[in-house]
Design a protein around this ligand. Structure first.
Ligand SMILES: [Zn+2]
Length: 207
């Protein structure tokens, strides 16, 4: 069965948000259209406690963009974003959420970050997303959302690793880095409604 996974379409990742992804709000309209075409829709939310270790503000003397060690892993420091039960963590107000069956939260442990919707960055704890999809006989996953070069990318890698067939819906994704946005534009296939770019031989293959 096919499923659609909506990645982190939250206010803090939108223009004007704490960790804005350029043109992040441009994916809301295509996301809403796609939601209507899938029987099975799930979503993830970045969902941090206020004392999360990925926030530069929680490391006196460190700046946004610095790299520290967190949970034994290199960690880029981000602005405070997507704090649980705040406006910034809410879905964009125009996102049509009624058909989302279940929302999976990530980044809840203050001691480790989680880009993927499936696992934290150390693959120590599952969010339950992969098990939920398997329990419902999902074998093909379509992924859209923010940001292409972080949470979408690592969700794709984990989904491939778990054996799902994966397609990234390019025009419903935006990246943080300019290079990622250019790569996205370059690989767009206007003739197809989606671009299944990230199969086992694709550019994000786990090595
Ligand atoms: Zn985060």
């Amino acid at each position: 069965m096919r499923a659609l996974n909506i990645t982190d379409l939250q206010n803090d990742f939108m223009p004007g948000g704490a960790l804005a992804v350029p043109e992040g709000d441009r994916v809301i309209a295509p996301a809403n259209r796609l939601i209507q075409h899938f029987e099975f829709v799930v979503a993830t939310q970045d969902w941090h406690p206020h004392d999360h270790g990925s926030f530069a503000a929680n490391h006196p003397g460190c700046e946004v963009g610095s790299v520290i060690e967190l949970g034994g892993l290199p960690q880029i420091l981000w602005p405070v974003h997507c704090v649980q039960d705040t406006f910034g963590a809410d879905f964009h107000p125009n996102l049509e959420t009624a058909r989302i069956r279940r929302i999976f939260h990530k980044g809840v442990d203050p001691h480790i970050d989680s880009y993927s919707g499936f696992y934290d960055n150390g693959h120590r704890r599952s969010t339950g997303l992969g098990e939920y999809l398997r329990d419902h006989d999902v074998d093909e996953l379509f992924i859209l959302g923010l940001a292409t070069d972080y949470c979408v990318k690592y969700s794709v890698l984990d989904a491939l690793h778990m054996g799902f067939r994966v397609a990234v819906i390019e025009d419903a994704c935006r990246g943080i880095e300019r290079q990622a946005r250019m790569a996205s534009a370059y690989s767009a296939r206007p003739a197809a409604p989606y671009s299944p770019l990230y199969g086992p031989s694709g550019p994000w293959r786990r090595t």
